[in-house]
Design a protein around this ligand. Structure first.
Ligand SMILES: *Cc1c(COP(=O)(O)O)cnc(C)c1O
Length: 227
């Protein structure tokens, strides 16, 4: 078996045991294999090992890879920052956009989409200037605007907290995102409540699952280190 296939199987097992510890159903957590900078040959190996959802963070890469792998029923999540002129590469192929951080981008995606695309608002939990995402305060107003758009369906929140070697240090950030979604569900009059929390990466996805993640985004632990 290939290394990537081995990794997929071992990460899927670790996801499953973390989910089991929470008492939630196995279907309640999805693994996104983050394939940024990874060639399509390896994406194919991961797919053949049973991985169905892949995440890309550059619009053109998403367009190119989804074209190359068009014969496989892959679900593509867009997880990166996007410029308005790149929306046209993402809207036709993304099964979910996890990284909405402004109304301008949300509006542009909705305008270019030919179906309703589920989306998440990216929240900058650590208020880090190096990272994309909206602030915890601005998220309420942004959600209120997004739910009016015809071709986007807001289903939850995504975050990329500050990096710590010790995964336990990420836990308070995961708790904050979970509480923020709860507060949004209480304060905003949404037709259907937000349910998705995309949080947790290679080094801390188990802690994220314990704190309520429904989507974990794992790159390095599947495909190895990047440049
Ligand atoms: C790269 C990336 C990941 C995956 O990070 P790893 O540490 O390689 O697992 C997850 N989410 C986003 C938004 C990313 O850009």
């Amino acid at each position: 078996m290939s290394l990537v296939a081995d990794n997929i199987i071992s990460i899927q097992k670790r996801v499953a045991s973390a989910v089991a510890r929470t008492g939630r159903s196995q279907e309640s957590v999805k693994l996104v294999a983050v394939s940024k900078q990874v060639p399509t040959s390896l994406i194919k190996e991961a797919f053949e090992a049973g991985q169905k959802i892949f995440g890309e963070n550059y619009a053109q890469d998403l367009r190119d890879k989804s074209r190359e792998l068009a014969d496989l029923p892959i679900e593509w999540h867009f997880i990166g920052h996007m410029q308005k002129n790149k929306v046209k590469y993402v809207a036709p192929v993304a099964t979910m956009v996890e990284s909405i951080d402004s109304f301008e981008i949300a509006d542009a995606i909705s305008a270019k989409a030919t179906r309703v695309i589920p989306c998440l608002i990216e929240v900058n939990l650590g208020d880090e200037s190096s990272k994309a995402g909206t602030s915890c305060e601005a998220v309420f107003e942004l959600a209120t605007q997004i739910i009016k758009l015809p071709n986007l369906k807001l289903v939850g929140l995504m975050a990329l907290p500050p990096y710590f070697d010790d995964a336990e240090k990420s836990r308070p950030y995961f708790k904050t995102l979970s509480l923020l979604m709860k507060e949004m569900n209480e304060k905003l009059s949404l037709n259907s409540p937000l349910t998705e929390l995309s949080m947790g990466m290679s080094h801390d996805f188990e802690v994220a699952i314990e704190e309520g993640a429904t989507i974990v985004r794992v790159g390095t632990a599947i495909f190895g280190g990047r440049q």
